[in-house]
Design a protein around this ligand. Structure first.
Ligand SMILES: [Zn+2]
Length: 426
């Protein structure tokens, strides 16, 4: 199967961060990885193929015996969406009260088929248990107001999340139905559900577009494009004797990463320490480690080139993007760029560079946050894409292929520092 079709399937199976972790877990198990748990850190250092999950929505997988260093990729499992609070029953309609999760482009969520997925916590005889649910069917929509009732809508409209963006789930007789469907999906009675983390998602599936089939449009390309490419490369690359390969996919990037399972947490640091097995080994391995922070980049917009620095504007189809920011919102520096460029050249794939216009402030991402806990040379890269944080985003097929190629080469490599010389070993 082509990478783009595999990615479209990966995204379909990953409507929430919990499901992203489940999808990755299933691929890892199929590839011979076994789960280890944070309460038994000694099981991390046996040189085997393992993964560890925190909070149900972040995952770190690793393979190889503790050697020279760690070769790490980091991406994120979450995307901007709406969290379900409760049902709003009316005389005529049933709606859901929701709350924004992260910063989406509001209008892109209107007039689409939406669905609900997440997790429920249920009572059992032994205690409480978490069950993932995805109701699957397109059951909701957030309707626009007709232009006849809002003549000014095309002059720009500010959507209020508390009033304009509440989804319709049915007529008045739909009252109570959502939790019944969720309970049936979980295989329990609704009375057994104690609490939930449920989210809306765009129920449309990704597809290849472009007259030459060279683009694809899909929900959650940010950042499941990078999570998928990193996972594919991590599984496909042979175990290298020089370094331990590490695949980290964190939740909560869209809300600042400062959670128990986010990139700002102890998760990566503690996992790497456990793999190393001793403090001394950990310090010596960090010295020869490298990290790729993989989160998407803004490709040149076809209708708005003026928003970009004309000499640093990546394009769709131009290859993986290396992201630079003088104020270190992106971690890339000359050294990490040189290491990554060497790997990309060996993989036979070109790179392109991105910096924001000097008068614009861009976003930040996993790398700089993670570096405050695990301080290793890091590069910020991403797939070039359009419409970041829209309910439906667009990217290029060839860039995805390049990313898998480069990251596979990266996972087959290791770095070794000797004074001011760094050798990049195969
Ligand atoms: Zn992102």
């Amino acid at each position: 199967m082509s990478y783009v079709n595999e990615l479209i399937g990966f995204i379909k199976n990953s409507p929430t961060a919990y499901h992203t972790v489940k999808t990755i877990k299933e691929a890892l198990v199929e590839a011979g990885f076994t789960e280890v748990y944070e309460n038994s850190p000694s099981s991390f250092s046996d040189g085997g193929k393992h993964f560890v999950v925190r909070g149900g929505s972040s995952i770190i997988a690793f393979k190889g015996r503790a050697g020279n260093g760690f070769m790490i990729t980091a991406s994120h499992s979450d995307s901007p969406c709406f969290k379900v609070k409760n049902e709003l029953s009316g005389v005529t309609y049933t709606r859901l009260a929701t709350e924004k999760y992260g910063g989406m482009i509001h209008y892109t969520w209107l007039d689409r088929p939406l669905s609900v997925a997440g997790r429920v916590v249920v009572k059992t005889v032994d205690g409480i248990k978490t069950i993932l649910v995805n109701i699957g069917k397109a059951a909701l929509t957030i309707p626009s107001v007709a232009i006849h009732l809002n003549r000014g809508v095309n002059d720009g409209y500010k959507f209020n999340p508390a009033t304009d963006l509440l989804p319709l789930i049915g007529l008045s007789d739909a009252r109570g139905e959502l939790m019944k469907v969720v309970a049936a999906e979980a295989g329990v009675n609704s009375s057994e559900i104690i609490s939930h983390d449920l989210f809306l998602y765009n129920a449309e599936e990704g597809r290849v577009i472009g007259i030459n089939d060279d683009l694809f449009i899909s929900p959650r390309i940010d950042d499941l494009g990078c999570a998928y490419a990193s996972m594919r490369a991590f599984i496909d690359a042979p175990v290298s004797d020089g370094s331990v390969d590490v695949l980290a996919v964190f939740d909560n990037e869209e809300v600042g990463s400062e959670t128990k399972q986010g990139a700002a947490s102890t998760f990566l640091d503690m996992t790497l320490r456990s793999i190393a097995g001793s403090e001394e080994k950990y310090s010596s391995m960090l010295y020869n480690s490298f990290m790729v922070s993989a989160d998407n980049a803004h490709a040149l917009h076809p209708n708005h080139p003026e928003l970009y620095d004309s000499s640093n504007a990546p394009v769709l189809g131009g290859g993986v993007v290396v992201k630079y920011n003088a104020n270190q919102r992106y971690t890339t520096d000359a050294i990490s760029d040189a290491i990554f460029s060497t790997v990309a050249e060996r993989a036979g794939a070109g790179l392109q560079k991105f910096s924001n216009r000097a008068d614009m402030v861009g976003g930040s991402t996993l790398g700089s946050i993670s570096n405050t806990r695990v301080s290793v040379p890091t590069i910020d890269i991403g797939l070039p894409q359009l419409a970041m944080h829209s309910a439906s985003e667009t990217a290029a097929v060839s860039d995805l292929e390049d990313m898998v190629k480069i990251l596979t080469e990266l996972y087959s490599s290791g770095i070794e520092k000797h004074g001011d010389v760094i050798s990049i070993k195969k």
